[in-house]
Design a protein. Structure first.
Length: 372
């Protein structure tokens, strides 16, 4: 459902009836179009809950009722079981209503032996999904997706395809990795072409390696479609070149999910502080005060520029800049939340010198439609 291509929905109040996996693509497309989105449905999938907790949508965990149509400009039915009743309410009120209609399966795409395609979806903007990744979604029987994946492209999956949301919300609800592995294997064993749509690149803190191993152990063929990692895309979209001829000859990407000194941490923060490379920290918002303090204690100059970018590639993208000594406090004061990437090094100072990168215009996508 590519609303951006057809309608100007900026500032329009849109009710999405249904909070299951079918709501993911329309909600993402509506947010990308600047609509004010409220989702009503009794069993929301984790990614919908996550968007609500991040303040990007309103969510009511109950069945929709006619009062929900008050002061709404458009209604989107995201659950086929609600289609008839919601359309009747809308007809009574003269309200426009659309349902999501996904394309029919490509001819000849009948399942034979099942397989799994590990697709890196990029940082969230559907335009940053590769052509191969989009083709995989278009030929899927099952899409197993994540909250950081470009869920706006789920409307490109064939009509028969099942969409399974296995979002892992930091410190919140999640599907254990073992269960995700099992799901991939179970569906593939049933002869399905399973697309595992992940955020960024599958093998950059994406647990794609474990999924691959699980499939290999079960004898399931695996294809890999690399993706644009947020480690690269986040800084780039915030105006930071990770390398720059006069400033640095490399970059190092680390996970910040464990703070320095944690018994489980295997990183040598002293070596990182002295590496002379740009440092890129993923999953490091809660631990950023400890990480930056340790880097400075280990010799990184406290005046080293730093930048944190959140929601890179999405309409909510924003970034804050400071010195490495101050970035955690400045980010916290600005309300910075995950998902975010922090980049530390002289290149982070270039963001202030370069003009802000122009926003990529929304890209109309062929083959998508808002069915009336
Ligand atoms: N495989 C992913 C990373 C998964 S780990 C990739 O290659 O991008 C999850 C972390 O990725 C988040 O905590 C955050 O640090 C980063 N991240 C993912 N998407 C992001 C986005 N759109 N903006 C900023 N950071 C993002």
């Amino acid at each position: 459902m590519s609303f951006t291509a057809d309608l100007d929905l900026a500032g329009c109040a849109v009710l999405v009836a249904g909070a299951g996996a079918g709501a993911l693509a329309p909600v993402r497309s509506l947010l990308d179009a600047g609509a004010l989105v409220r989702v009503v449905g009794h069993t929301p999938v984790d990614t919908v809950v996550d968007l609500a907790e991040r303040g990007q949508i309103g969510l009511d965990r109950r069945s929709p009722s006619p009062v929900d149509l008050h002061a709404v400009h458009l209604v989107v039915v995201a659950d086929p079981t609600l289609d008839e009743v919601v359309r009747r309410w809308c007809a009574d009120l003269g309200l426009p209503v659309v349902g999501s209609r996904r394309p029919a399966a490509a001819p000849g795409a009948t399942p034979g032996q099942g397989s799994v395609v590990l697709v890196g979806g990029g940082p969230g903007d559907p335009g940053l999904l590769t052509v191969a990744g989009l083709e995989a979604v278009r030929s899927a029987d099952v899409v197993v997706t994540d909250r950081l994946a470009p869920i706006g492209v789920l409307d490109q999956a064939p009509a028969h395809a099942e969409v399974v949301d296995v979002a892992k919300i930091p410190r919140g609800s999640f599907t254990p990795q073992e269960r995700i592995n099992e799901l991939l294997v179970e569906h593939a064993r049933a002869g399905k072409r399973v697309v595992r749509l992940k955020g960024g690149d599958p093998f950059v803190f994406g647990r794609g390696g474990e999924e691959w191993q699980a499939c290999a152990e079960a004898g399931i063929p695996v294809e890999v479609v690399p993706g644009v990692s947020s480690a690269l895309a986040g800084p780039a979209l915030a105006g930071v070149p990770l390398t720059h001829r006069t400033l640095t000859q490399g970059f190092t990407v680390v996970s910040g999910h464990l703070p320095p000194g944690d018994p489980g941490s295997t990183l040598d923060w002293g070596a990182l502080a002295r590496s002379g490379t740009t440092l890129v920290v993923l999953m490091g918002i809660a631990t950023l005060p400890a990480i930056t303090a340790e880097l400075v204690a280990q010799g990184l100059p406290a005046t080293t520029p730093a930048l944190t970018v959140t929601d890179a590639g999405l309409p909510a993208q924003r970034s804050v800049s400071a010195t490495v000594a101050d970035i955690a406090a400045v980010g916290e004061a600005a309300g910075v939340r995950a998902p975010a990437v922090t980049v530390i090094g002289p290149v982070a100072g270039l963001a202030a010198q370069l003009p802000a990168p122009a926003a990529r215009p929304p890209r109309p996508r062929g083959g998508s439609s808002a069915a009336g």
